[in-house]
Design a protein around this ligand. Structure first.
Ligand code: PLP
Length: 415
């Protein structure tokens, strides 16, 4: 770090102030986490220098002996961790892994059936602003108006009507477990590929805290940086029969050279995720998430679906008369980092939204437990309902003081 500091104090300063930002606030973004120094060390390594187009033992560049070892270890660990036939660890991100699914199984104009973005899906699941909605015919399912959980009958009806090539299960704001067996049955009924986008919850699967989609899905894509707590990247596992198609879709169809330093960091992460400590962590993430949602409900902020089975909950703010945008700004001013989020059947535009999404991966990594979740619920409630976007507002200051106390007792990257 000394070399960076003397050559480029501007960027060194950003690295330090970002560390300070992480340490000084409550990090409740459901898709973020605090990865280990071991993962960060692999990320910042000389493996970044190496071109390695191709796969271990089949490269288009010389000098790949060492990176081959890293990628082979990463592949074997991913297969063991998820009990999968095949793993590809080269995707640069979750979106790149998802692109590969389209590349492997679909041609432009083919139909995909996936969850609608405003109901909890993801941009890459066929939204118009994404390649997936521009080049493919996307049909979307949503949630049931009463339960606010996935409307499986609608999935089945749409599948029968549109005969999609691929059915996608998974999304960015789904608080409940997904019925993979039901999705598999629907896919089989119409001869579709079942793709599970497990970006959000794969860490809970790795920790054996929730059921795995791997036995059911043709292909499971995921990010490695959310609950899983690895480097910012993507990966996928699939059935043996799709191994060659998925590998070709990642390279050379969608990507060029793999990021070998990130692949090494993924290997480290997969090793971490196979430990008993990580399994306890995954269970704690859910217990904390459930406590946070229950405490918010007691304070009048309703979790959609009535609660959560996972690391995240989606809170409907209509009962307290605050928009998602206002809530995000007020929380931010009080040192609480969370994001506004559309709720199912949201009357507001997406950039205003009626809800917020809160997740417990980061605070659980910091060692916080059920008592702290009760306190965090109270802090969110105070900031959102009585606070202000102005950091100098009395409520912002008062909540921030309590946040400072919490993060001092449970530090991120303890010194
Ligand atoms: N799929 C889902 C369900 C996600 O939630 C995300 C990111 O939040 C992605 C894919 C995309 O991942 P990335 O941001 O790494 O491209």
């Amino acid at each position: 770090f000394g070399a960076l500091q003397s050559f480029d104090p501007d960027i060194a300063g950003v690295l330090l102030s970002e560390l300070d930002r992480i340490r000084s606030g409550l990090q409740l973004i459901a898709s973020e986490n605090i990865s280990s120094p071991a993962v960060l060390t692999a990320l910042g390594s000389t493996l970044s220098n190496k071109y390695a187009e191709g796969y271990p033992g089949r490269r288009y560049y010389g000098g790949c002996s060492e990176v081959d070892k890293a990628e082979t270890i990463a592949i074997e660990r991913a297969k063991a961790l998820f009990g999968a036939d095949h793993a590809n660890v080269q995707a640069h991100s979750g979106a790149s892994a998802n692109q590969a699914v389209y590349g492997a199984f679909m041609s432009p104009g083919d139909t995909i059936l996936a969850m609608a973005l405003p109901m909890g899906g993801h941009l890459t699941h066929g939204t118009k602003v994404s390649f997936s909605g521009k080049w493919f015919n996307a049909v979307h399912y949503g949630v049931d108006a009463t339960t606010e959980d996935i409307d499986y009958d609608q999935v089945e009806a749409l599948a029968k009507e549109h005969r999609p090539k691929v059915i996608c299960a998974g999304g960015s704001a789904i608080p409940r477990l997904i019925d993979f067996a039901r999705f598999r049955a629907i896919a089989d009924e119409v001869g579709a590929i079942l793709w599970v986008d497990a970006a959000h919850f794969i860490g809970l699967v790795a920790g054996k805290a929730i059921p795995s989609p791997v036995p059911y899905a043709d292909v499971v894509t995921f990010t490695t940086h959310k609950v899983l707590r690895g480097p910012r990247s993507g990966a996928l596992v699939c059935k043996a029969e799709h191994a060659a198609a998925m590998d070709k879709a990642i390279f050379p169809m969608m990507q060029g050279g793999p990021q070998m330093h990130t692949i090494a960091a993924k290997a480290v992460n997969f090793k971490e995720a196979a430990t008993p400590e990580y399994a306890k962590y995954a269970t704690d993430v859910i217990a904390n998430s459930q406590q946070l949602a229950a405490s918010l409900l007691e304070l009048g902020i309703r979790p959609t679906t009535g609660g959560t089975d996972t690391h995240l909950s989606l809170l409907d703010l209509q009962g307290v008369g605050v928009t998602g945008k206002e809530a995000e700004e007020r929380a931010d001013a009080a040192g609480i980092v969370l994001n506004k989020n559309a709720i199912p059947f949201d009357p507001q535009k997406p950039n205003i939204a009626s809800g917020i999404r809160v997740g417990t991966p980061s605070v659980t990594t910091q060692g916080m437990g059920l008592e702290e979740m009760k306190q965090i619920a109270s802090l969110i409630h105070q900031a959102v309902t009585q606070g202000d976007a102005d950091p100098d507002h009395a409520v912002s200051k008062q909540v921030r003081a309590e946040v400072t106390d919490l993060v001092t007792r449970f530090p991120a990257y303890p010194r």
